[in-house]
Design a binder for this molecule. Structure first.
Ligand code: PAF
Length: 263
């Protein structure tokens, strides 16, 4: 597995990395990799000739500076997991590589970015879309979307939908492949944030998914979660082309958990 730090090396290398006709699977991440990421990487491995993983903790998508500061950065174990999943190349850009413009240029979505997570995290999706646009542009090895696929988890369904929308809006040559949410055996959706839960909060956390999935009445679901100790950010249903989904974001102690299910 090759590790490229910075931009210049990667830009040079990617010109002759893949042989003609080889398919690229790209998994952009912020590191702190867990089984959810491993699932994306294994899918990318199965479906492509080469797998590229990027790790960049993107400051422009954090609207809470404390959240950014606390975000785990276990690079050695990330590289180990990447190796185990058969990644060919890991790319580790830094802030200056991705933001030579100091974030003066941005991608803004004006509809879906205003609801659900976008309502209480202003600017979050502008940060996500801007960095994904930059990553796509720099990782691009072909002008043909059949030759390059990017993998995103359904746990961040709103993010996934917006990235799909951006690809359509700007005709970006990427095929977006969604991957179902990976859960612990008790139902809790895997997230890097789960590591920050205290043992008591961790025992409570699976209630979020149970209630989201099993309680048909949203008001009753809200009351149940609040009684259990969650502070609800939102609990709502939202229509998508693929069908209606139900979304929740809630705090346990100071950890914000999100989840969603198809209805
Ligand atoms: O889902 C993530 O890990 C991030 O939001 C992404 C897509 C890598 C952009 O920073």
């Amino acid at each position: 597995m090759i590790v490229d730090r910075g931009l210049e090396n990667w830009k040079r290398e990617k010109l002759h990395w893949l042989s003609p006709g080889a398919r690229l699977g790209f998994v952009p991440t912020m590191g702190a990799l867990h089984e959810g990421h491993a699932t994306l990487l294994r899918r990318a491995r199965q479906e492509n000739d080469a797998v590229l993983l990027s790790i960049f903790v993107n400051p422009t998508q954090f609207n809470d500076p404390r959240d950014l500061q606390l975000y785990p950065r276990p690079i050695e174990s990330d590289l180990q997991l990447a190796r185990e999943c058969g990644v060919d190349r890991v790319w580790l850009p830094d802030y200056q590589d991705l933001y030579p413009d100091q974030f003066n240029y941005r991608i803004e979505e004006t509809s879906l970015s205003r609801v659900l997570c976008g309502r209480t995290r202003p600017g979050h999706f502008t940060g996500v879309l801007s960095v994904v646009m930059k990553l796509f542009s720099l990782a691009q090895v072909s002008a043909n979307p059949q030759m390059q696929r990017a993998y995103f988890g359904e746990k961040d369904f709103q993010q996934l939908e917006m990235i799909r929308g951006m690809v359509r809006a700007f005709e970006l040559p990427w095929d977006i492949r969604p991957v179902p949410t990976v859960r612990e055996t008790d139902g809790l959706a895997l997230s890097s944030r789960n590591l920050r839960l205290s043992p008591a909060a961790r025992r409570l956390a699976p209630r979020l998914y149970q209630v989201l999935r099993n309680e048909p009445n949203l008001d009753v679901a809200r009351q149940e979660l609040e009684r259990a100790g969650f502070r609800i950010d939102y609990l709502e249903e939202h229509p998508f082309a693929s069908g209606r989904r139900r979304f929740v974001a809630a705090f346990l102690e100071d950890v914000r958990l999100i989840d969603n299910v198809e209805i």
